[in-house]
Write a protein that binds this ligand. Structure first.
Ligand code: PMP
Length: 491
């Protein structure tokens, strides 16, 4: 089947994007690689003077039989030497003479090729002219996205609780972030549709929906596949772009099973693994309306500062023009190391790595949820939400169950939240209040009152992670949290 082309969404661009012209110097940089051209056109230092000739790193060898965290012996059994030379381009490595030079704002070809192949394995792309570009991670990719589409005063949509840095990035640009009601399965399409159908016609319509579909930060929830189809149709009806920010996509786990005896440690085949993954907005997108942000931060290492955007070629061109004037390119060392490693592992080896992560995170999540079930007081006032993806668990708390809700806290859930926060810190553990992640934008003129009902006002929650500490510390931390809540609620 031949696939159609993406639609033109340039009418949604910001004034800045419409005004931006390509940097004239960048229009000829590709000729630097042309052996027939004596390139006297740019301020490029000679690569002979780059003081690195050969980068050699030890990396674990697929299929990571002893687990992805097992220490390396340095032997051929479990270790792989990735060698990146100044000129050599074998095995998909980026020659340092090129990798450490200016240019290739969209990413080095060896990396881009790997990412496009990876995308084709993961997503069922439904239009022809999609592409990927490298970024310095999703923080950068999201900031660029805002700049490309939004003017000061424009409106975007986001989950009612969302990643605070993404919200702050929008607010700093004067962009209004309007909250969408969510439940255990993410954004509720019917509510989104009602909000959009009843949108105050005097206010600017949202240009973007910013969503973290998998292992949402901070709620830990994952957006159900069937909801994605519905949300996509609403996006078409009301003409907004969907931005899926997916740093946790490959931290999808086995579903939580309460009884440890019922759990199986069955190793999935690649086929089973791929089938188990959540459907992506990219896989639904027929017209280039989805921009997907992927990052290596949670699957390789945060300070790689490397990620990629998948979108239509024409939208990506706007990112390239912006990045030429901002980040220029993702770090050459990073691209060389990551492309060298991934191309040595191959696509199958990378799937083995992702499977290994799935295994590790399933154990961590189980450990955390088991401890919460064991230590938290058994009352309807506390609800534990076992996530199926990501790094975060949440404990929902009915603030009105606090014995001093009325007398001391003036029936104000925010005051109860603050008191709990202080109590848990003094008990020697840190979990963070849900209110820190609240999406609170309002349009001018405002939206109807019904559009702002985002749930039970007395329900508060705390976010914790099971990613960052050893199982022993995690259990101890959750024990302390449970004791703090027990004392605070006089149980
Ligand atoms: N988006 C979300 C939803 C996140 O949770 C995070 C990291 N906490 C980021 C983006 C930042 O990712 P990166 O390291 O790729 O900039």
């Amino acid at each position: 089947m031949t696939l159609g082309e993406a639609k033109d969404f340039s009418y949604l661009y910001s004034d800045e994007t419409k005004a931006r012209k390509p940097s004239p110097l960048k229009t000829c940089i590709h000729l630097f690689q042309d052996p027939n051209i004596i390139f006297l056109g740019g301020g490029l230092p000679l690569s002979d003077y780059f003081p690195w000739d050969n980068l050699v790193v030890d990396s674990p060898l697929p299929p990571f039989a002893k687990g992805i965290g097992a220490p390396l012996t340095g032997t051929k059994e479990d270790s792989l030497k990735v060698s990146i030379k100044k000129q050599d381009q074998s095995n998909g490595t980026i020659p340092l003479a090129r990798g450490l030079q200016y240019g290739f704002t969209n990413g080095q070809p060896e990396l881009i090729k790997f990412l496009k192949e990876h995308n084709t394995i993961i997503h069922d792309m439904k239009y022809a002219d999609w592409d990927v570009i490298a970024t310095t991670g999703n923080t950068n990719a999201w900031e660029s996205t805002l700049r490309i589409f939004c003017n000061k005063g424009d409106v975007i949509l986001a989950e009612a609780h969302s990643f605070s840095s993404s919200l702050a990035s929008a607010e700093a640009q004067g962009v209004i972030v309007f909250p969408l009601p969510i439940d255990q399965n993410g954004i509720i399409p019917e509510k989104l549709e009602a909000i959009m159908d009843n949108w105050n016609p005097e206010a600017a319509k949202p240009k973007l929906l910013y969503t973290i579909p998998t292992g949402q930060n901070p709620t830990g929830t994952s957006l159900a596949d069937d909801r994605k189809e519905k949300i996509y149709r609403i996006a078409q009806k009301h003409d907004f772009i969907i931005v899926e920010d997916e740093p946790y996509y490959f931290l999808q786990m086995e579903p939580y099973i309460r009884d440890p005896k019922e759990r199986t440690a069955k190793k999935l085949t690649h086929e089973e693994f791929l089938k188990s993954l959540a459907k992506t907005f990219l896989s639904i997108d027929t017209e280039g309306r989805v921009i997907r942000l992927d990052s290596f931060s949670k699957v390789l290492a945060p300070a790689t500062r490397l990620g990629w955007i998948t979108a239509s070629k024409s939208i990506l061109q706007s990112y390239v023009y912006l990045h030429e004037m901002t980040i220029q390119a993702a770090s050459g060392f990073t691209q060389a190391l990551v492309a060298g490693t991934l191309n040595s592992w191959g696509q199958d080896g990378y799937l083995d790595w992702l499977l290994g992560l799935r295994h590790e995170y399933t154990l961590k999540r189980d450990n955390a949820i088991d401890a919460l079930h064991k230590y938290l007081p058994k009352t309807d006032a506390f609800v534990v939400n076992p996530p199926i993806a990501g790094m975060f668990f949440t404990v929902d708390i009915d603030a009105s169950a606090h014995p001093e809700f009325k007398a001391k806290y003036d029936s104000d859930p925010a005051q109860v939240e603050h008191a709990i926060y202080e109590k848990v810190i003094s008990s020697g553990v840190l979990v963070v209040p849900g209110s820190w992640f609240k999406t609170e934008g309002e349009t001018v003129p405002p939206q109807p009152v019904e559009s702002k009902m985002t749930g039970n006002r007395n329900e508060i929650f705390f976010r914790g992670t099971y990613a960052a500490v050893s199982p022993e510390k995690l259990t101890e931390g959750l024990k302390r949290l449970s004791i703090a809540l027990k004392e605070e609620f006089g149980l």
